[in-house]
Design a protein around this ligand. Structure first.
Ligand SMILES: [Zn+2]
Length: 332
């Protein structure tokens, strides 16, 4: 995909294209932002722009160079990611200093073809401290033909020395209409795309995961149950808690995470709605609703943290649902 085909990141793409057109792209770039919003695609599009034979500085998407960039096989493109790490260490969860040393020596050589070399590191927050230190020198004195792109969901976890030697570009969540378009173009039915977008928070990756796991129906059902929670009797509520806790066994933890994510989204939506009502109609009643929404979201976050610390799953859900059921205090 070329730069001008990337959707939902207009500001970043416009500024990157302008920098490329003036040949002013910095040698070191950090692409930061949530997962599944186009950071790696943009990094590959930059590689196309740098290596394309037909439309240098833009990328045509069709020539041999562009096709090889898209396939990850271009001799002047070097990708160090977890897949590369796992070719050497099957259980790897970090990017090693050996990977960075290899990348450094590859970037130092003159380009095999054309005029540039591009290195992509992802997820950069998984670089070990040693690996980051090994990267510093390349960022300080980059070979003239080299562009180094660090793709990360957590730019703040990079060493300050890395951040100060590269230019950070922030990618935001994808706008809902664009997410929907992309899902529909990927073969998803429009209704199902609309439903999924509501839970995906601007991340195409998350939307696709939800579709793969058939998780949208479950999230929608849970949301409906939460909307009615104050009118739900205790026995039904405890049944729901047991259902959410699920059976012991493989995948239990992932299911907990999915339920909690759906609940957090619901809590945030309710909080946003309450904040809007309160700002247009301030008064004790809307203030009480706002505080109530804030308290509920706090309870959901606290449960999420408790489960991360291996709290008793059944008790955690019982307690959370009972507390969410407590009506807001009148005028409080
Ligand atoms: Zn091309």
């Amino acid at each position: 995909m070329t730069l001008d085909q990337i959707r939902g990141q207009d500001r970043v793409i416009e500024r990157l294209s302008a920098a490329l057109a003036r040949n002013r792209l910095p040698h070191g770039l950090i692409f930061g932002g949530p997962p599944g919003v186009g950071k790696r695609t943009t990094a590959l599009a930059i590689a196309m722009a740098q290596l394309c034979a037909d439309e240098p500085g833009r990328g045509c998407g069709r020539c041999l160079e562009c096709s090889q960039v898209a396939a990850g096989t271009h001799p002047d493109l070097f990708i160090e990611d977890l897949a590369a790490a796992r070719r050497e260490r099957p259980a790897a969860s970090t990017l090693s200093i050996d990977q960075i040393r290899r990348l450094r020596s590859q970037l130092a050589l003159t380009p095999a073809r054309g005029r540039a070399k591009v290195g992509i590191i992802e997820p950069a927050e998984r670089l070990t401290a040693d690996a980051q230190n090994a990267l510093l020198k390349t960022l300080e004195e980059p070979p003239g033909h080299a562009t180094l792109l660090l793709v990360t969901t957590a730019p703040r976890e990079l060493l300050a020395t890395i951040r100060s030697r590269a230019q950070t570009w922030s990618f935001g969540p994808l706008p809902d209409p664009i997410m929907k378009e992309l899902l529909v173009e990927g073969g998803c039915a429009p209704d199902s795309a609309s439903q999924t977008v509501r839970f995906a928070e601007g991340s195409l990756e998350r939307a696709r995961e939800m579709l793969d796991e058939d998780a949208v129906a479950a999230a929608t059902a849970l949301e409906e149950q939460l909307e009615n929670i104050e009118r739900t009797g205790i026995p039904d509520l405890l049944d729901l808690a047991a259902e959410l806790a699920g059976a012991r066994g493989a995948g239990r933890r992932d299911r907990q995470t999915a339920h909690l994510t759906a609940m957090q989204l619901w809590g945030r939506r309710r909080l946003r709605a309450a904040a809007e009502t309160h700002s247009s109609d301030p008064g004790p009643a809307s203030r009480a609703t706002l505080l109530h929404a804030r308290r509920r979201l706090g309870l959901i976050h606290a449960t999420s943290r408790a489960l991360e610390r291996n709290a008793n799953i059944e008790l955690a859900w019982d307690r959370l649902l009972l507390e969410l059921r407590t009506p807001r205090e009148i005028g409080g």
